[in-house]
Design a protein around this ligand. Structure first.
Ligand SMILES: *Cc1c(COP(=O)(O)O)cnc(C)c1O
Length: 430
């Protein structure tokens, strides 16, 4: 199949064009879904191109090809979930091999690596990837796989893919990058020297919060052959219908990532300037410790950000409850905006000490900023901060009535014009 990436097309062109006009039966522009589990052999000497859908499926192959093109790989395996993709890559390890991984990686990754290592499937070393001597540590450990997740969750720290891939290569290790938080529109790790990219396609790739799926994209034909073999062997391949939906989602991925990024940038700036906000974690802010690196390594920052509020858990709760356009839910990367409280939700499996070591306080709030209108989202964040601030500063009858007054004004009109009509006392609390 043609590889659009080799023809130097931009990602937006690849995303729209990939897999079009491939239907030889009816010339449908968009490829049909092949739900069939099995395919007919003409006779014993003539095998069909596809035999059985665990091993191979035309719809799944179109998605695999799209991901190969977008990530600049040589081959991809589409899996039933992001965790299935991560699990698949671990088949490259034998029991004496060492994998190094960041201690602040995705919770499911942490649990999988840890439980396999405890059973002796491979050896595991957790590292602080933001330590100054991270390269020396990797050179000393001589691992088989260096696992990278950048930006990290939920603090949005950035790892230098180019630098660590070179270090890994110097000791004969493969570099694997979990690219879920940015998608290939945000960054292309294989071009920076990584060997394998994994995705939870559940997130930005599909982008509509209606599929759980994953993918592994390889820079080497040998790795791809091995992992495709293991995917068939272990049965982790993805479904045709999910593949169809993700391919459909990919058509708008470049547009979506642009809007996620713009919206998140504006919200990060508003949060950063507000007195109720202690600290914002977003690589697009110049104050972020990895701002320069993010600018160099990434095309976009996408929609993930987190921040700490001044106040206690009640302030956090009142802020979250007063948001109208952010749904309190886990997951990320969909068109809709979501808010999440990492210490009691996504990262609840970590004990308190591990949470604090990872920088996850009870005041930390995470946003997956969607692609709604930017001004509406910003206004929603400002009004929720204002109400939470009033509740915090005046936790008595006066506060309740001030809040009721503010809410009435807000309910009556758009936030901008509402702000102009606030009484001086309320305006002071804005
Ligand atoms: C969600 C997620 C995963 C796991 O993917 P699933 O599709 O839920 O199995 C892995 N890595 C990251 C960074 C994720 O956000």
């Amino acid at each position: 199949m043609s590889n659009l990436a080799n023809k130097d097309f931009a990602a937006a062109t690849i995303a729209v064009q990939t897999g079009l006009n491939t239907d030889k039966n009816h010339q449908s522009v968009v490829a049909p879904i092949y739900m069939a589990s099995n395919y007919k052999f003409e006779d014993l000497n003539n095998r069909p191109a596809y035999e059985y859908s665990r091993s191979g499926n035309p719809t799944r192959d179109l998605l695999a090809n799209a991901l190969t093109e977008l990530e600049y790989g040589v081959g991809s395996v589409v899996t039933s979930s992001g965790m299935a993709a991560i699990n698949l890559v671990l088949n490259l390890l034998s029991k004496d091999d060492v994998i190094v991984a960041p201690q602040d990686c995705y919770g499911g990754t942490y649990r999988l690596f840890d439980s396999f290592a405890q059973r002796g499937v491979f050896k595991l070393v957790w590292l602080d990837y933001y330590a100054d001597d991270i390269e020396q540590q990797i050179q000393k450990i001589k691992p088989s796989i260096v696992w990278i997740e950048t930006p990290s969750n939920p603090l949005l720290r950035i790892t230098d893919i180019k630098k660590l891939s070179a270090t890994a290569k110097s000791v004969g290790a493969r570099t694997v990058v979990d690219n879920t938080f940015l998608s290939p529109i945000g960054q292309t790790p294989l071009k920076l020297g990584a060997d394998i990219v994994v995705h939870s396609s559940t997130k930005y790739l599909n982008g509509h919060s209606d599929v759980v799926s994953g993918a592994v994209i390889c820079a080497s034909a040998d790795d791809h052959e091995q992992l495709a073999w293991w995917a068939n062997n272990t049965g982790v391949t993805g479904s045709p219908f999910d593949s169809y939906l993700i391919l459909r989602g990919i058509r708008t991925l470049p547009l979506r990532i642009k809007q996620h990024s713009k919206n998140a940038q504006s919200i990060a700036e508003v949060l950063d300037a507000h007195e109720l906000v202690k600290h914002v974690n977003f690589p697009g802010l110049p104050s972020h410790p990895d701002h320069e690196l993010a600018n160099r390594q990434q095309n976009y920052n996408a929609g993930m950000l987190s921040f700490e509020l001044n106040g206690d858990i009640n302030t956090v709760n009142s802020f979250i409850k007063n948001l109208q356009l952010f749904t309190l839910a886990e997951s990320l990367g969909g068109t809709e905006s979501l808010v999440c409280h990492p210490s009691t939700m996504t990262h609840a499996a970590m004990d308190e000490e591990a949470q604090l070591t990872a920088g996850i306080t009870t005041q930390l709030v995470r946003f997956s900023v969607g692609i709604e209108d930017k001004a509406d989202l910003v206004a929603d964040v400002i009004q929720a901060l204002s109400v939470a601030n009033i509740e915090k500063n005046t936790p008595n009858a006066a506060g309740r009535s001030a809040k009721a007054g503010l809410k009435k004004v807000l309910d009556d009109d758009s936030v901008d014009s509402a702000a102009c009509r606030l009484s001086p006392a309320l305006a002071a609390l804005w």
